[in-house]
Design a protein around this ligand. Structure first.
Ligand code: SF4
Ligand code: SF4
Length: 71
């Protein structure tokens, strides 16, 4: 099975403003009453827009994708 690494949401900081839902290019996030929910987790391309645009700094992408040249 393929591992799926998603952005982490700090629900204590989130104000449910909806910015991450609006900006997510893959429509992976939906902001519900309790905060953002990944409604299409497999669609996330880890672009970082939700992290960089969140006004409350409530989104964290903990893992950078690093390409290693094995040739
Ligand atoms: S942009 Fe940040 S504060 Fe707004 S809904 Fe998303 S996680 Fe919450
Ligand atoms: S990292 Fe990009 S694709 Fe994934 S949820 Fe955030 S904005 Fe959407």
């Amino acid at each position: 099975m393929e591992a799926l690494i998603l952005p982490e949401i700090d629900f204590a900081k989130c104000t449910c403003c909806g910015v991450c839902e609006i900006l997510c290019p893959e429509h992976a996030i939906e902001v519900q009453d309790t905060g953002p929910v990944f409604i299409r987790p497999q669609a996330c391309i880890y672009c970082g827009l939700c992290e960089s645009s969140c006004p409350e700094h409530a989104v964290i992408l903990r893992y950078a994708i690093v390409w290693e040249d094995l040739s």
